[in-house]
Design a protein. Structure first.
Length: 98
C-alpha cells in the first residue's frame, strides 16, 4: 500500500532544485511532527529529481551513498508517485488555461 505524507509545511529557506532550477519552499513528510533536516532526501515536485538537503539546507543532487542508505524504499516510491501526480495535475491545468 502506498504511504501517504502525514504533514506539510513551509521551509525556512527557498532552495532551488539543481536540476530544473525551480524554487521549492514547501515540504511533505511521512513522519508526523518531523521537518526536513540536513542529509534528508527529497523528491522535486516539478521534475521528480532525487535530491538531498546539504548542511545549509540547500538542495543538491542526492549522492549514490545517500541513495544506497535509504532504509525505506516505500517512502521514496510514494514521494515519486506524488510528484508525478502533481505534474499531471499541473499539465491538465495548463491545458485548461489555453
Ligand atoms: Zn526539479
Amino acid at each position: 500500500m502506498l504511504k501517504i505524507p502525514r504533514e506539510q509545511g513551509r521551509l525556512a529557506n527557498t532552495p532551488l532544485c539543481p536540476k530544473c532550477r525551480r524554487e521549492l519552499d514547501a515540504f511533505s513528510v511521512f513522519e508526523a511532527g518531523s521537518r526536513p533536516e540536513p542529509g534528508d532526501l527529497t523528491v522535486c515536485l516539478y521534475c521528480s529529481a532525487l535530491l538531498e538537503f546539504d548542511s545549509s539546507m540547500a538542495l543538491i543532487t542526492a549522492t549514490a551513498e545517500s541513495i544506497a542508505g535509504i532504509a525505506d524504499l516505500t517512502e521514496l516510491q510514494a514521494a515519486t508517485h506524488f510528484a508525478h501526480e502533481f505534474q499531471q495535475l499541473r499539465k491538465k491545468e495548463q491545458q485548461l488555461d489555453q
